[in-house]
Design a protein around this ligand. Structure first.
Ligand SMILES: [Zn+2]
Length: 324
């Protein structure tokens, strides 16, 4: 994946992105939309230090245009755990009702507890999120929820929220600024890394991409990775459709989940990092095709990916050793 700069990116039309390279696990993007005398913030970061750094850097833009609205695109911690640093009187925190159900102390602890686990999942989380510090986080949930769509007025500018979940998670929301032709997608779109279907079904993620492809937008800020355009969205859609087709064929051939995961050749998508997400994505297809299969919870999904991640890093270490 091409490298890109950490920090602020001017998207035009008084819209701004704050990017965390390389867009890997936890390295999420945030955004700022300025209107007359107020601003809207899209998402916060996984920990307090990264959120504070973003807010500090945006302070030159928010002076005279204070943040009055925060929109959390979905319920994963890397998009709302920093909310406590912007919450307060006169600040509305908006999310879909489906996302808000998970944005609780218990919901936050589910992820935070994984950091301390003495098993493959704990090793995985500590490895992939090593630049984040989970201490001091107080779950700070939305103060306003909606279902379907919601138009916000941000100092005279329209910002349109469209619920596309369940897809990546139960309550994903797109944030569209029509007058700037800018879209913040949350984790419906990843650039550089493989997309990840926690909730699904995969067809809902494909439908969310199709909805984006129909919008009049020129700048697309993904949940992770560099700013893209519709070509980047198309690539996510193509990956999802490919994985769904390949998984469905293997299910039909009677392959076990593990056999299906091991045998899928990602071909044109093999350059996408976070390869281990294939495990969760194939699992999601298998669950849809076999309703009797018990649904894996977040811990079980992480366990599948952690196992694949460990197997891949062990075999690459072995091959390095073998060559030496
Ligand atoms: Zn994310």
């Amino acid at each position: 994946m091409a490298s890109y700069a950490n920090g602020p990116h001017d998207l035009g039309g008084d819209c701004h992105a704050w990017l965390l390279p390389e867009g890997h696990w936890g390295e999420s993007n945030t955004g700022l939309v300025r209107g007359n005398g107020e601003s809207l913030l899209v998402d916060t970061h996984l920990d307090l230090a990264h959120t504070a750094q973003m807010l500090q850097a945006f302070s030159a833009l928010t002076e005279g245009h204070p943040i009055r609205t925060v929109v959390n695109t979905h319920s994963d911690g890397d998009h709302w755990f920093g909310n406590q640093l912007v919450a307060g009187p006169g600040v509305e925190i908006v999310a879909s009702a489906a996302a808000a159900e998970l944005m609780t102390t218990a919901g936050a602890m589910e992820l935070l507890n994984m950091w301390g686990r003495e098993d493959e999942v704990g090793d995985f989380v500590r490895t992939v999120a090593s630049s984040f510090d989970p201490s001091g986080i107080t779950a700070t949930p939305p103060t306003r929820t909606f279902s379907g769509s919601l138009d916000l007025d941000v100092g005279g500018r329209q910002v349109r929220l469209t619920e596309v979940g369940p897809a990546h998670t139960p309550g994903d929301v797109l944030v569209h600024v029509p007058d700037a032709r800018v879209l913040f997608t949350g984790d419906i779109v990843f650039v550089g890394a493989a997309p990840l279907v926690w909730e699904g079904p995969v067809s809902r993620c494909v439908a969310a991409c199709d909805l984006i492809l129909d919008l009049d937008v020129i700048a697309v800020v993904p949940g992770h990775g560099p700013v893209t355009d519709k070509a980047g969205v198309q690539r996510v859609r193509d990956y999802l459709a490919y994985v769904e087709t390949e998984s469905t064929a293997r299910f039909g051939d009677g392959l076990s989940l593990e056999e299906a995961i091991a045998s899928i050749d990602l071909g044109p998508f093999s350059d996408m990092v976070e390869h281990e997400r294939i495990a969760a994505n194939v699992l999601n297809v298998y669950e849809e095709l076999d309703p009797a299969r018990p649904r894996a919870d977040r811990l079980a999904q992480f366990a599948h990916m952690a196992h694949l991640h460990k197997a891949a890093s062990t075999s690459s270490r072995d091959s390095v050793g073998g060559d030496a």
